[in-house]
Design a protein around this ligand. Structure first.
Ligand code: GLC
Length: 538
């Protein structure tokens, strides 16, 4: 079995995780290194670090201007090497996030495309078309037209380039073989530095026929078919990863679903993709059961590893999605942790999820930073609400976000402001407070992760559905004599619990007393002599 096939990944959004050396508002690489003991105590196996490459930061790093350099706001190559070495010392792997579908408009490749003019080889590496108007009506996924016109070297109004996202993120032309050659070099550069794998940003967005005007959005232009060059490219990257003597993790961000998705998740292509249907199933037993079954069926069909994800830097935080009532949302998110960490395959935890952070929905409009806010003409507030810098200490300025390596008495450290404002109620969620409390969200995650390590059934066992009513999720994980039943009550009434020893429960307070309250979940070691029926019908 490869190391990543049952690993627990923790996603770091470096702008918002923690700062060590810098006081300019964003987190940095050393801020991650300084907090590795926290992650190690939490019990995760691997980090996925969102892009830290050189970037004008229009889309906060997803607009790369040099794939081989670290952006100074995050530190240096040395800081990254140090982070990787320190993580490895603690048995934690490090996966980087490479963005192959588009670059920054400040990338040298794009600057050459502009300078060398229409018809040049440099321009052919991007998606340019002629016209006096935008060549098609296709909309960018951040809002507004997917086309922007350039000014040619002689000052005349020139060609249009296609951008699926912001205008500062021109899409590359993956039909041009030199683009793949360049990316093979970039992937090898990082693998040679000891990185353990990659998250491939919008992996299904590589090839598209941008001259089509019969669709409304860029996403509909994507070519998923088995002959599409995207598959060829992903297979080449896979071959490159397989040429290293150690196991390299590859996880793709793929929006395709159903039979189209099956074309990507294959042993010779992407061994893992993010499970977005699971994320979007919300607090709904039927949809969750369906998405779990779909992922397991795909594993059977192709041998790939299922992933489980409820939160990321692109989605409102799950407690706020599960209910508009903050207490209920919190209870449900705790219960979902017992689902996330007990399914076969690879769970992803997004920074702050272990703290139970709700989304911050009231950032003042003038402080919103996500390019979606501007591009949507101020109709979509974007993703800032799940990206607010983490609270480390309830009492410290900026909740301890800054200056792990700056003297606490430094006046600048006391007045530094994070790039997005933290609401006062973040104090209740601070790491320092949660470490003191055995019932905290953080304590729950640490307990579940420790149990997952202890129980081979939870990591590698089979999954069998147990008899239950529609609004209850009940399944058993088993490997030899190690058996754990997972029972989640998504209904609005108590349900009876089967006999057995409760090894983990989602709520704090009184014991279960034979019943499972709404919005809660348990892990049970079934009573040896009476293992069925596991959940009585109500
Ligand atoms: C991916 C990233 C998202 C980014 C987009 C464009 O979807 O997760 O944050 O904005 O790609 O690069």
């Amino acid at each position: 079995m490869k190391w990543w096939q049952d690993a627990v990944f923790y996603q770091i959004y470096p702008r918002s995780f923690g700062a060590a050396k810098t006081l300019d508002g964003t987190g940095d690489l050393t801020g991650i290194t300084c907090r590795l003991d926290y992650l190690s105590d939490l019990g995760i196996d691997a980090l996925w670090i969102c892009p830290v490459f050189q970037s004008p930061q229009v889309d906060h790093g997803y607009d790369v201007s040099d794939y081989r350099a670290i952006d100074p706001i995050f530190g240096s190559l040395r800081d990254l090497d140090d982070l990787v070495a320190q993580a490895h010392l603690r048995g934690i792997k490090v996966v980087l996030d490479v963005v192959p579908s588009h670059t920054s408009n400040q990338h040298e490749w794009f600057e050459n495309a502009i300078n060398h003019g229409p018809g040049s080889a440099a321009r052919h590496r991007y998606l340019f078309l002629d016209g006096t108007e935008p060549p098609t009506d296709v909309q960018s996924s951040f809002g507004g037209s997917a086309w922007t016109r350039v000014t040619e070297a002689d000052g005349s109004a020139g060609q249009w380039y296609f951008h699926m996202h912001d205008a500062h993120q021109p899409d590359l032309n993956w039909a041009e073989p030199s683009v793949l050659e360049d990316f093979e070099g970039i992937y090898a550069f990082w693998l040679d530095r000891g990185i353990d794998g990659f998250r491939i940003d919008v992996a299904d967005h590589l090839t598209k026929d941008v001259s089509r005007n019969d669709v409304a959005t860029g996403k509909e232009l994507l070519e998923h078919g088995s002959k599409s060059r995207t598959h060829e490219v992903l297979r080449s990257l896979r071959t490159l990863a397989d040429s290293y003597p150690r196991d390299i993790a590859l996880v793709g961000e793929v929006g395709a679903e159903g039979p189209e998705l099956e074309l990507y998740v294959r042993p010779d292509e992407l061994p893992m993709v993010f499970n977005f249907p699971f994320m979007h199933a919300g607090w709904n037993a039927e949809r969750l059961r369906q998405t779990i079954n779909d992922a397991l069926r795909l594993r059977e069909l192709t041998g790939v590893t299922p992933t489980w994800v409820t939160d990321s830097h692109d989605e409102p935080r799950s407690p706020s999605r599960y209910s508009s009532d903050r207490r209920r949302g919190a209870r449900r998110a705790r219960a979902m942790a017992l689902v996330l960490l007990s399914l076969p395959g690879v769970p992803f935890i997004y920074q702050g999820q272990e703290l139970g952070l709700p989304n911050v929905d009231d950032i003042p409009e003038e402080l919103l930073q996500d390019p979606i806010w501007e591009r949507s003409g101020h109709t979509n507030r974007g993703r800032d609400g799940c990206r607010v810098p983490l609270p480390w200490s309830g009492n410290a300025p900026a909740f301890g976000f800054f200056g792990a390596q700056v003297r606490p008495s430094s006046p600048r450290r006391r007045t530094a402001k994070p790039w997005l404002p933290q609401p006062p109620w973040f104090a209740d969620y601070a790491v320092s407070a949660q470490l003191e409390n055995d019932d905290s969200n953080l304590a729950l995650f640490a307990r579940l992760l420790a149990l997952r390590r202890e129980h081979v059934g939870l990591r590698r066992g089979t999954l069998t559905w147990l008899e239950s009513t529609n609004e209850v999720l009940a399944f058993e994980r088993q490997c030899d004599s190690d058996v754990i039943s997972v029972i989640v009550n998504l209904s609005d009434h108590d349900v009876p619990l089967p006999p057995g020893e409760i090894v983990a429960r989602s709520w704090s307070g009184p014991d279960a007393d034979g019943k499972l309250a709404p919005d809660s979940a348990v892990w049970i070691r079934p009573a040896a002599l009476d293992r069925s029926p596991a959940v009585a019908k109500t």
